[in-house]
Design a protein around this ligand. Structure first.
Ligand code: GLN
Length: 193
């Protein structure tokens, strides 16, 4: 299985390492024509405004919407979650607007800019080690969105069919269970074709 990591800005190499540990072939994606050969794509953490601008500049908005419309899985982590959401609290414009949810940016407060914790995630066998860095949270989910985990009552992992999103950085620890979960979503799609 070939899984891409959008390589315009952000934590690309770490995602590629976790995907490879989970058994995927990882590809750094810099051009839209690379999407054709992929079974799934990760939109990494970084800074969502910058990632959004670069995605517009290089034609990724429509290209990833088309990719998702073919039923191919997309996984947004941290800034990537913001890019997937159809509503960003306090902002006029969303980015890809593929997932039916409202997100709030930098939502965990200044004193807790960065922390690591263990999360129970629906579908994973063991608690997941997760690193939160100026993390967003999911304020509200709409129809079709399944909440996979919460932290102190706030939604931090969600899935809508073939779309997966988390507030944190699952790629900054040795725990690649969520990458393996995403890989199994991509395998399910191939299996049904
Ligand atoms: N705070 C960043 C944003 O709003 C996201 C942080 C991250 O990806 N670690 O884009």
């Amino acid at each position: 299985m070939k899984i891409g990591v959008l390589a315009l800005q952000g934590a690309v190499a770490e995602h590629m390492r976790s995907l490879e540990r989970a058994g995927a072939e990882a590809v750094a994606v810099k051009r839209t024509d690379q999407l054709d050969e992929l079974h799934g794509i990760v939109i990494p953490g970084g800074e969502s405004t910058t990632i959004g601008k670069l995605m517009r500049k290089y034609g990724f908005m429509n290209a990833i919407r088309d990719f998702a419309a073919q039923g191919k899985p997309v996984f947004g982590t941290c800034a990537g979650l913001i890019v997937l959401a159809d509503k960003i609290d306090g902002q006029e414009e969303a980015h890809l607007a593929l997932m039916n949810m409202t997100v709030a940016r930098n939502a965990f407060g200044r004193q807790r800019e960065s922390f690591e914790t263990e999360l129970d995630v629906k579908g994973l066998d063991a608690p997941l080690r997760a690193v939160f860095i100026r993390a967003p949270l999911i304020k509200e989910v709409g129809d079709g969105v399944d909440v996979l985990s919460t932290h102190n009552g706030e939604i931090v992992t969600a899935r809508q069919g073939h779309l997966l999103a988390c507030s944190y950085h699952p790629e900054l620890t040795d725990d690649y269970a969520l990458h393996a979960y995403f890989l199994s979503m991509a395998k399910d799609v191939v299996g049904t074709n």
